[in-house]
Design a protein around this ligand. Structure first.
Ligand code: HEM
Length: 538
C-alpha cells in the first residue's frame, strides 16, 4: 500500500494547521517549553543591557523578522474564498473528467486579484482582474487560472517579462502604474499592435469592476477536452456571474479607492458572511478539434482573439458557489499556488504559445515565492486525491516518508507505488500532431490580425460605454509625457475606429492622425466578425 505521510509530530497530514502550532493552553517557545513572561526581555539588571542568552527574545524577534514571503511577481493583491462546484452532467460527453458528472460536488478555492498593484495597493485600480480557481477533484487538482477579460496583451509567453516590466511602476520612482498610466505602459502597447485588444477592454468599464461577484471569468486560451472514448474537442472556458456584469465609473472608483481601498475584498467577505453566496456558471464554447485549429478565420491558438458568443454560444456545464471565507489570509490566500499545469484526466492544453510558457512559469516562480519545491504540502495546496509520489526531501519538507526505495521500479518496497494502466483514469498526454519543423522563432500569419477584434469590441459598446472608454484613453494617455508615444497610440485608435481616434485626439489637444496601416489579412482573416457588430457582448 501507499506509504502514509505524517507530520513530524505524528499528526496525520489532513490535521488542521493549528495542530502544528497551537496545542495546549500555555504559551510556549517553538520547542514546547512553557514561558513565564513574553513582555520583558532578559536583562542584566532592570535597565539592561539585554542578554544574548535570551533565547525567547531571539526566537520571537527572529521569527518575526522572517514573517514575510515575497509577494507574487504579478497578481500580488488578492482575495480568496472557498466553495463548491457542482457539475450539470452536460460536459460528460465531452470530457472524462469526473468533476463534470451530474450533481458531482467538488471543493474549490478561488483567488481574485489585480495584476499590477503590489500587495497593499487599492482594489479599484483600472486593471485586469485575476480569476483563479482550484478544483480539488477526486482525480487530482485542476487549476483554471483565468482573468476577467477573455484576451491577453501578448501572443507568446516570451514577451511576458516585457509587458509586465512596462506595466509595473516606473523603475526610477516606483510610482505605481495602476492609478496613473505612464510612459512605459503606452510605449509597450503602442509598439505592440497585438496588445490593442486587451487594452481596449482595460480602458472600457470592464477595467473597474463593481465587485468580484459581478465579474465574468475566462480561461482565455483554448483547451482540449478528451472524452471517455478518446474523442476530443477544443473549448474556451467562461465563468458567468449570477449577479450579472457590473462596473463603477472612473469618478466613483477614485472616491471608493480613497475612502476604502479594500472595497472589493470587503465586499466579497461581507457577502459570504451574510449568506449572500456568490455564484458563477461555468460554460464552454466548443469547437471541432480540426487539424488547423481555426474557427471561421480566427486562430484558436491566438490568445488575443475571442470567438463571439453569437457564433458559438456558451454551453453551461456546472455551477460554482462560494460559501466560506478563509480563516487565515496568509495560510490560504497568500500561500495558495495556482498553476495551469494542474490538469486532470479529460482536460488538456493546446499549443497556444502563451499557455505553453505559462506551463513553465508558475511552477518556477513558486519555488522562490514559497521557499522550495514542497508547496504542495501546504494545507491549501494539498490535493484531495490520494498522493503517492516519488518526490523526496527539499526545503520545508514536512512529510516523513517511509520505505527505503524512493525509485521505480524497485524490488525492496514491494515495487510500490504502482503505475496506473492507461484505461483506468490516468492522465494521458494527448498525442497532438506537430505539423512543422522544430526550430522557428516566427509569429504565425494567422496571429497578425490586430485591429478587427478591438473594432468589434468598440462597436459592441453602448454610447455611454464608448464615452467612458474614450475618456479613459484620454485620461490615461494624458499621463503619458512622451508625445511620440501618444501619437503612435492615437494612430492605433484611428485604426480601431475614427470616431474613437477623433474624440481622444481632441481631448489631448493633438491633431488627427493617419490610422495605423493594418496588415491586409486584418480584414480578410475574420470575415465572420463583420456580421456581429452591435450586439456583442451580452
Ligand atoms: C499569476 C492569470 C499569463 C506568469 C497569475 C494569477 C492569475 C494569472 C489569475 C494569480 C494567481 C493567484 O491568484 O495566485 C494569467 C492569465 C494569463 C497569464 C489569464 C494569460 C492568459 C501569464 C504568463 C506568464 C504568467 C504568460 C509567464 C510566462 C505568472 C506568474 C504568476 C502569475 C509568475 C505568479 C504566480 C505565483 O506567484 O504564485 N496569472 N496569467 N502569467 N502569472 Fe499569470
Amino acid at each position: 500500500g501507499a506509504p502514509e505521510r505524517v507530520t513530524p509530530t505524528g499528526a496525520p497530514t489532513d490535521a488542521p494547521m493549528s495542530a502544528m502550532a497551537q496545542q495546549g493552553e500555555y504559551l510556549t517557545t517553538a520547542h514546547g517549553v512553557r514561558l513565564t513572561n513574553s513582555d520583558q526581555s532578559l536583562k542584566a539588571g532592570a535597565r539592561g543591557p539585554v542578554l544574548l542568552q535570551d533565547h525567547h527574545f531571539r526566537e520571537k524577534i527572529s521569527h518575526f523578522d522572517h514573517e514575510r514571503i515575497p509577494e507574487r511577481v504579478v497578481h500580488a493583491r488578492g482575495a480568496g474564498a472557498h466553495g463548491t462546484f457542482r457539475g450539470y452532467g452536460s460536459a460528460t460527453k465531452l470530457s472524462r473528467a469526473g468533476l463534470f458528472a451530474k450533481d458531482k460536488e467538488t471543493s474549490v478555492f478561488v483567488r481574485f486579484s489585480t495584476v499590477l498593484g503590489s500587495r497593499g495597493s487599492g482594489d479599484l485600480a483600472r486593471d485586469t482582474r485575476g480569476f483563479a480557481v482550484k478544483f480539488y477533484t477526486d482525480e487530482g487538482t485542476w487549476d483554471l487560472v483565468g482573468n476577467n477579460m477573455p484576451v491577453f496583451f501578448i501572443q507568446d509567453a516570451i514577451k511576458f517579462p516585457d509587458v509586465i516590466h512596462a506595466g509595473k511602476p516606473h523603475p526610477d520612482r516606483e510610482i505605481p502604474q495602476a492609478q496613473s498610466a505612464h510612459d512605459t505602459f503606452w510605449d509597450f502597447v503602442s509598439l505592440h499592435t497585438e496588445a490593442q485588444h486587451h487594452t481596449i477592454w482595460n480602458m472600457s468599464d470592464r477595467g473597474i469592476p463593481r465587485s468580484f461577484r459581478m465579474m465574468e471569468g475566462f480561461g482565455v486560451h483554448t483547451f482540449r477536452l478528451v472524452a471517455e472514448d478518446g474523442s476530443t474537442v477544443l473549448v474556451k472556458f467562461h465563468w458567468k456571474p449570477r449577479l450579472g456584469v457590473h462596473s463603477v465609473a472612473w469618478e466613483e472608483a477614485q472616491l471608493i479607492n480613497g475612502a476604502d481601498p479594500d472595497f472589493h475584498r470587503r465586499d466579497l467577505a461581507d457577502a459570504i458572511e451574510a449568506g449572500a453566496y456568490p455564484q458563477w456558471e461555468l460554460g464552454v464554447q466548443v469547437f471541432e478539434d480540426t487539424e488547423d485549429q481555426m474557427f471561421q478565420g480566427i486562430d484558436l491558438l491566438d490568445p488575443t482573439k475571442i470567438v463571439p458568443e453569437e457564433l458559438v454560444p456558451v454551453e453551461p456545464v456546472g455551477l460554482m458557489t462560494l460559501d466560506r471565507n478563509p480563516s487565515n489570509y496568509f495560510a490560504e490566500t497568500e500561500q495558495v499556488a495556482f498553476n495551469p499545469n494542474n490538469l486532470v484526466p479529460g482536460i488538456d492544453v493546446t499549443n497556444d504559445p502563451l499557455l505553453q510558457g505559462r506551463l513553465f512559469s508558475y511552477l518556477d516562480t513558486q519555488i522562490t515565492r514559497l521557499g522550495g519545491p514542497n508547496w504542495n504540502q501546504l494545507p491549501i495546496n494539498r490535493p484531495h486525491a490520494a498522493v503517492n509520489d516519488m518526490l523526496r526531501d527539499g526545503f520545508h519538507q514536512s512529510a516523513v516518508h517511509s520505505g527505503v526505495a524512493p525509485y521505480r521500479p524497485n524490488s525492496l518496497d514491494g515495487g510500490n507505488p504502482a503505475e496506473t494502466p492507461e484505461d483506468e483514469h490516468a492522465f494521458i498526454d494527448y498525442p497532438a500532431p506537430v505539423p512543422a519543423s522544430v526550430k522557428e522563432r516566427v509569429r504565425p500569419q494567422s496571429f497578425e490580425d490586430h485591429f478587427s477584434q478591438p473594432r468589434l469590441f468598440w462597436l459592441s459598446l453602448s454610447e455611454v460605454e464608448r464615452e467612458h472608454t474614450a475618456q479613459a484613453y484620454a485620461f490615461e494617455l494624458g499621463k503619458c509625457w512622451d508625445e511620440n508615444i501618444r501619437t503612435r497610440q492615437l494612430r492605433h485608435l484611428f485604426a480601431i475606429d475614427p470616431a474613437l481616434g477623433k474624440t481622444v485626439a481632441q481631448a489631448l489637444g493633438l491633431p488627427e492622425q493617419e490610422p495605423t496601416e493594418a496588415p491586409a489579412q486584418d480584414v480578410q482573416a475574420s470575415p465572420a466578425l463583420t456580421q456581429v457588430g452591435e450586439t456583442w457582448p451580452v
